[in-house]
Design a binder for this molecule. Structure first.
Ligand SMILES: Cc1cc2nc3c(=O)[nH]c(=O)nc-3n(C[C@H](O)[C@H](O)[C@H](O)COP(=O)(O)OP(=O)(O)OC[C@H]3O[C@@H](n4cnc5c(N)ncnc54)[C@H](O)[C@@H]3O)c2cc1C
Ligand code: FES
Length: 256
């Protein structure tokens, strides 16, 4: 599938974070919150790279990416007006739970896929976002433009409050501010979020990130360890993040 690149620009002055808007009406119509696309990056990157759909707006898809290596570096050179070659939308996304109040817990590049599930909750939603430092805080205005208020915390305290986003989550749950949690970010953060939700008896969905090969369920490069119960006994199995996920019920994941 292809789409036309409408915009491809850096969003943080001194760091390699970019947003891209792609005109792709058929994909945008099908896209569900929490799904991703596999992008052909070019050069000598044989494998496509997975990037979450931040939000589908009418005929366009918005994605955001941090430059980590060759593939994402190639993406920065893709010209506006040019063509993006991608597969997707792929995967099982977040589930909307009517009549709940949602808390979106995101860290770093994990903040992006949370927007599209957040908008479904209209006013019954708030975001708790963690960044390493004040200079990396971004996209708060975009969350707000979709009607999602956001509280921010930084690891080093450079934005005011110092600490991890899990502290904000604990406080919100103590105040009874949410009864459905969606999270995406570093795995340690998501494991901690899952543990807090378990403690408060609140349902939590996590969007897992693993390195991918094919992105369509064929190569098993992306497996993560999951739990299931059979005849009263808890057992472990592997699931593919690309097609069984990327979103899972937090209780299903074997974190350690
Ligand atoms: C379902 C899914 C959704 C994603 N959504 C986004 C997104 O919205 N925005 C975004 O910026 N990134 C996202 N990523 C991560 C992104 O796919 C990788 O950063 C990208 O593939 C790196 O490619 P590269 O060629 O630039 O770097 P590479 O040269 O392939 O790798 C550079 C470094 O990044 C590490 N790395 C590569 N892929 C991953 C991964 N999947 N998880 C952890 N570490 C990795 C490598 O180990 C290496 O250290 C997502 C990943 C998955 C699985
Ligand atoms: S990336 Fe190939 S099975 Fe998931």
């Amino acid at each position: 599938m292809t789409g036309k690149i409408v915009l491809n620009r850096r969003i943080i002055p001194d760091a390699h974070f970019y947003e891209m808007i792609i005109y792709a009406p058929a994909a945008a119509k099908r896209a569900m919150a929490g799904q991703f696309i596999m992008i052909k990056c070019g050069g000598d990157t044989a494998l496509r790279r997975p990037i979450s759909i931040c939000v589908a707006d009418g005929p366009t898809l918005r994605i955001c990416y941090e430059v980590r290596g060759k593939g994402t570096a190639y993406m920065t050179d893709m010209p506006e007006g040019g063509t993006l070659d991608f597969i997707g939308p792929i995967g099982n996304g977040f589930h909307y739970k009517p009549n709940r109040r949602a808390l979106l817990v995101g860290g770093g590049i994990g903040i992006y896929p949370l927007i599209s599930i957040g908008v479904k909750y209209k006013k019954a939603v708030s975001a708790l976002l963690g960044f390493r430092s004040a200079s990396l805080i971004h996209y708060i205005d975009v969350f707000k433009s979709y009607g999602i208020p956001a509280d921010v915390i930084t690891d080093d305290g450079s934005s005011g409050r110092r600490g991890f986003v899990t502290e904000l989550l604990r406080e919100s749950l103590q105040k009874g501010e949410g009864d459905m949690v969606y999270t995406c970010g570093p795995v340690q953060m998501m494991a901690a979020v899952a543990a807090i939700c378990e403690q408060f008896g609140v349902e939590c969905e996590v969007s897992m990130e693993e390195r991918m090969g094919c992105g369509v369920g064929a190569c098993t490069a992306c497996v993560c360890r999951t739990l299931f119960t059979e005849e009263g006994v808890q057992r472990e199995t592997y699931k593919r993040v690309c097609i069984d996920g990327p979103v899972f019920d937090a209780r299903e994941i074997k974190w350690k």
